[in-house]
Design a protein around this ligand. Structure first.
Ligand SMILES: [Zn+2]
Length: 298
């Protein structure tokens, strides 16, 4: 049997979180709270970004000077990770595919078009090196259907299977590794509806329009009954918002996230929800991704 390098033995004692996201800004929007909390708890935290967001637009219309948007977005991501306290980051090395049926889908380097085995192998090697206890990605629907978010889920699923497969040899990356808990993050339907109604009641613009809506009007979102874990992130919400603000080019002036009055911020954004896909729920209700693991809070 191969003997792990001593540095790996030392590191595995500290709980570790790996978050896999398709584009710069997804990490902050989806998981900024749990990332900052894991950093504060002294856990090892790594963020993998599958693309550099090449198909994004300069939504805020900011002056980029001589810089192209991709370079700018990479810098925004670095700033956001600084806000969250993350020092371990890597790109998976693919190109943003853009929305469904746009030319970016067909680009040979697009994440959407990437060979599933090849992309999963890259991530599986990272998993073996980093050896996370908890892994988070988009759900099977890509949260809201974007091709890169769907691909991010598939690649993560496949990579987790490869990483623990003893027959898949990657001697330079360490021994096979199985994660204890595998989550997808969840924008719940109830949270979307309550946010919409609260914004309208306050006379504020809602991303869901002006009229009343119900569940049948939502084209994405996770049903509440599927949610296993709701984390109170209010203690680090300022940092999550700062990380989101760091992605300035991707947040238009009319973004409701920036415009919500301070007294509503905790009510509307003070939790992050997740669905456990593999592993054991550590408590009911579960309030911590690390619940039930050594180092978890419950
Ligand atoms: Zn995205």
């Amino acid at each position: 049997m191969r003997v792990p390098h001593p540095s790996i033995l030392r590191e595995v004692a500290v709980p570790a979180l790996l978050c896999v996201h398709p584009h710069p800004d997804d990490e902050s929007i989806a998981c900024g709270g749990v990332i900052a909390q894991a950093v504060d708890a002294g856990y090892r935290v790594k963020v993998v970004t599958c693309t550099r967001g090449e198909e994004g637009e300069n939504l805020a219309g900011i002056d980029l000077g001589d810089e192209d948007l991709v370079t700018h977005r990479v810098r925004e991501l670095a700033d956001a990770l600084d806000e969250l306290g993350v020092s371990d980051h890597e790109f998976l090395g693919y190109r943003d595919s853009g929305m469904v049926d746009t030319p970016g889908n067909a680009h040979p380097d697009s994440f959407h078009a990437a060979d599933l085995y090849e992309a999963s192998a890259r991530l599986a090697r990272t998993i073996r090196r980093f050896r996370p206890d908890v892994v988070v990605s988009d759900d099977a629907n890509g949260t809201y259907g974007h091709p890169d978010h769907v691909k991010g889920h598939r690649v993560t699923e496949r990579a987790l299977a490869m990483a623990e497969d003893p027959w898949w040899h990657t001697p330079d990356d360490g021994e096979p590794h199985a994660v204890a808990k595998r989550y997808v993050f969840a924008f719940t339907r109830s949270a979307m509806l309550s946010t919409h109604r609260r914004l309208l009641a306050e006379g504020l613009a809602s991303p869901f329009g002006e009229g009343d809506i119900d569940e049948s009007d939502l084209v994405f979102g996770i049903p509440d009954e599927d949610v296993t874990t709701i984390v109170d992130i209010s203690p680090v919400l300022d940092r999550k918002r700062a990380a989101m603000r760091a992605h300035r080019s991707q947040i238009g002036e009319d973004s409701f996230f920036l415009n919500v009055p301070e007294d509503l911020v905790v009510e509307l954004f003070g939790t992050e929800a997740f669905v456990l896909l593999a592993g054991e729920v550590g408590a009911t209700p579960e309030e911590d991704l690390f619940a039930g693991l050594a180092g978890g809070t419950s």
